[in-house]
Structure formats: C-alpha cells, structure tokens
Design a protein around this ligand. Structure first.
Ligand code: NAP
Length: 453
C-alpha cells in the first residue's frame, strides 16, 4: 500500500487525489487530503464570488472525489503546527503532495498602501466568502467612491460585488454579516484601474461582460484612455492580439460608445494609470494618485510625468496573489513558489524523495480552476514513477491516530457534512438559502467539536 498525504483541499489538491486513486499503475493507493480549515474546496469555497453559482457548483464534482473510498478528508489540521512539518509528514506518509496555493496578496510598494481604508482584495474576498480568518466588517462603511487597483479577474470580482445591491446578493450564500454591511454601503462610484491598456488586461471576456449586465450599475469608459492603446484604432495590431485580448478590447470599445443609462452605481473602467501614492485625509485614505502612462512599444508602459487623482475612501488592491513559504520546504522568493521539476520538490536543485507540489504553489497564481487538472496530472505522474522506491520506506501504521496524539483535532468528512447541514439550517432561520458560517467557533461547534480549536 502507498500512503499519500495531499496538503490542501482546493482544486489542485482534489485533482491530485483523484488522479492518484484513478490510475492502475499502483493499485492500492490511500490518500489523506489534509486542510488547515474544517471545510474543503479551498478557493472554490473561499475565493469564487458568491454570485458565481455556476463555478461554485464545481464543489459537487470535488465532493464526489473526496467521498471516494480510498480518499479521506482530514480538516482542521494545519501543517506547520504541533510539530507537523514536512519531516514529520514523511514519517507518516510515503509521499506528500503540497497543494497549498498562494495565500497572500502581492504588494504595491507605494506610500500610503497601509492607510486605513486601503485593503488587499484578497482580504475583501475572504470577508465576503466567510473565511473564518477574515477580519473586519467595515470595508465599505462611509465610502462613496472606491478604487480597485488592477484589471485581472479578482479586480472584476470585487468591483462587481461592490456594484451589486444587497438584494442581488441575498439569494447567494454570502454570510449574513457581510450581506448586512454591503446593504449599508453607500459606494456609488467604483473605479477599476489598469496600469496598461485594455488590450493587455488580464481579465477574461466572460467575466468582463458580466460588468455590463448588472441590474443596478453601468460601465463607464473614457475614450481618451482607449485612444492610447496601440490596438484600439489599428485593426492590424488588434488582429495580432491573442483572441481573449481582442474580445476584451471589443467589449470595452462597445462600452465607450454607449450613452449613460443613469443607473444607481457606476463602474469606471480606467487604463494607462499607474498608482504612485495613496493620499490621506484625517488618518484615512482619501484618494489615489496615479501617473499617466503610455505604451513603451514592448508590451509595457512608461510614465509621462502627468498625474491624476481619483477620490476614494475605499481602496482594494487586486494586483495578484503570492505564495507563502511553508517552514521546512524550500521556497523561491522571486516567484513565490516551491522549486520543482515536473512536480518533484527540489532541495538544493535535487529532487527530494517523497515530496511533490501542484497548483499555484508549483506554477504561481495563474490560470482558471481547470488549469489545475493538467498541473496535478503531471505531478501525480512523477509520483507514480517514483512509487516503487517510495513504498519501501516504513511509515506510521495509522497516521490519523498519530496526528491526534500530537495534539491535532481533525474534522473528518462527517464533521464537514454537519457544517453543511448547519449552514442550510442557518439559511432557513434567516429566510435565505444556505448561508455560510464565518467564524471558527461556529464552524467547529457545527462540526461537533465544541468551541476549542
Ligand atoms: P492577475 O490576473 O495576475 O491580475 C493582476 C492585475 O494587477 C493585472 O492587471 C496587473 O497588471 C496588475 N498589477 C500587478 N502589479 C501591479 C502594480 N504594481 N501596479 C498596478 N497594477 C499592478 O491576478 P488576479 O486578478 O489576482 O487573478 C489571479 C488568478 O485567478 C488569475 O489567473 C485569474 O484569472 C484567476 N481568477 C479567475 C476568476 C474567474 O475565472 N472568474 C476569478 C478570480 C480569479 P499588469 O498586467 O500590467 O501586470
């Protein structure tokens, strides 16, 4: 028997577990999918926006995998605590696949970034997704204008959530406290700002189009921003673009031509503005200062020395995620990933027996959920090629008992099902559908663990 631990139950972890049990090369593989949280599914539960029900329904596929007879979900177990580092994991399992994602936001590195009222988009996403570590309830309180820095899909998500009224979010599983706070929001202007042009933006067209279809908001585009894009008025430059960028440009072009509709909220889509400073008033952020940029002819931009300020009492920095080092594992600071070769973790440039990575911690925070499938497949293929040697190493007979002995209090699948049931029951009492529980005591109590962590 080959015992494998997959650390992280997001899409990359679940796809890795699935590949491990669905192959015939090594018949008897048993997989423990460990997660720091008592709930599975990683960013599908704690990153996909609540109004993206279709993407969230992917949880049903992930659930089927985690219910496989040779896979066990073991939540509430944090690798790196209670002596459970990479070394100890190799005492318990023949192989370990780290699928821990990219948990932190990238920094802008400009003055004022940490002013009250300026937040990473990842914090805002965690809050409206009911992540039990999310702090604060006052994101939109007192703000009438918000700036979202970045033009990737996370920026689109947070701009859209800010531009939706509470009535639009009530049917989703957004936690009750976040729904209440968003219901009180007076944000009417949302400025989503890119440092490069619309033909270089990172969002995908389906997500972009959604902004134009919101019931109580409209998109406003400045023709002067678009005119700076080399592909805007030059059909041959546009034709040379990758299809997604060309489609994005067409969507933005359509909005620029459209008359104002007088909606309650506006999403201003801005381009060629590089943030240089967050400005303060009375100890809080009051505006963002941008430098006008122009294309540098090589896909990047250069500053022009002209500046523009956009008033904002709320700033969300959506400039990408970053991997976090895990004590005891090598880490490439520059890329925020674990160095690897075909998914095999490299220690001092040499594959480390029994240690693997998949997902964002392997390739960086890019791609959509489906991108994790081939990524996990490559890693599992490497692991299976090594299996004959790995299986020779003696490991603990009962890793779950060993985890308990060292102070962990695992939440297993029945505990997670109890959390799901409690969230349905909470929804019934609130007159809503299933509503997420957003705090540790609530989750652990629902899982049958009392309130202690
Ligand atoms: P992203 O796609 O990498 O976008 C980051 C944005 O931040 C880019 O516009 C980038 O501009 C900008 N940026 C970076 N550094 C900056 C700086 N110093 N100043 C100003 N702007 C800066 O990252 P993301 O939006 O966090 O998304 C991460 C991944 O998750 C992506 O693969 C995304 O598609 C995926 N995702 C998908 C969905 C969905 O499918 N619905 C939802 C959310 C996330 P430059 O291009 O100029 O660097």
């Amino acid at each position: 028997m080959l015992r494998v631990a997959v650390v992280g139950s997001g899409p990359s972890g679940v796809y890795a577990a699935q590949d491990l049990v669905q192959q015939s090369q090594v018949p008897d593989v048993r997989v423990h999918v460990l997660d720091r949280l008592p709930c599975p599914y990683g960013l599908v539960r704690y990153g996909v926006a609540p109004d993206h029900e279709k993407i969230k329904s992917l949880q049903n596929n992930l659930r089927t995998v985690l219910e496989h007879e040779r896979i066990d979900f073991i939540g509430n177990v944090e690798v790196g605590t209670h002596g459970l580092g990479p070394e100890r994991l190799l005492d318990l399992y023949h192989a370990v696949v780290y699928c821990v994602g990219a948990a932190r936001d990238r920094r802008l590195g400009i003055p004022g970034e940490d002013l009250p009222g300026s937040h990473s988009a990842t914090d805002f996403v965690s809050w409206y997704s009911a992540h039990p570590d999310a702090s604060g309830n006052g994101f939109a309180l007192g703000a009438s204008s918000a700036v979202v820095i970045g033009v990737g899909n996370v920026a689109v998500d947070v701009a859209r959530i800010l531009a939706r009224g509470a009535d639009e979010l009530r049917p989703t599983d957004v936690p009750q406290a976040a729904l209440g706070a968003l219901g009180l929001s007076r944000v009417r202007e949302v400025h989503m700002v890119g440092r490069r042009g619309p033909s270089q933006a990172k969002f995908t067209t389906k997500e972009l189009r959604e902004l134009g279809a919101l019931p109580s908001a409209e998109v406003v585009v400045e023709p002067a921003d678009l005119a700076l894009d080399p592909a805007y008025e030059d059909p041959s430059a546009a034709a040379a673009l990758p299809a997604v960028n060309r489609r994005n440009l067409d969507v933005v072009r359509g909005w620029a031509a459209q008359p104002a509709r007088g909606q309650e909220r506006r999403i201003h889509l801005r381009f060629f503005l590089r943030p240089v400073e967050l400005l303060e008033d009375a100890g809080r952020v009051a505006a963002v200062r941008f430098e006008r940029t122009v294309p540098d002819g090589e896909g990047g931009v250069r500053g022009t020395g002209a500046y523009e300020e956009i008033a904002a009492q709320l700033v969300l920095r959506a400039v990408g995620y970053r991997g976090v080092p895990l004590a005891g594992l090598p880490f490439d600071e520059r890329h925020g990933t674990v160095p690897h070769l075909g998914g095999r973790v490299l220690r001092d440039g040499v594959p480390s027996p029994g240690e693997y990575v998949a997902g964002w911690i392997k390739r960086g925070p890019t791609g959509v959920i489906g991108t994790n499938r081939p990524c996990a497949k490559e890693t599992v293929a490497s692991l299976l090629d090594d299996a004959a040697v790995l299986a020779l190493r003696p490991v603990a007979a009962d890793p779950l008992a060993a985890l308990r002995e060292s102070g962990h209090r695992p939440v297993q699948w029945p505990g997670w099902l109890a959390i799901e049931a409690a969230e349905s029951a909470l929804g019934v009492t609130l007159g809503r559908g299933s509503v997420k529980i957003d705090d540790w005591p609530g989750l652990l109590t629902a899982a049958g663990h009392g309130t202690a962590g």
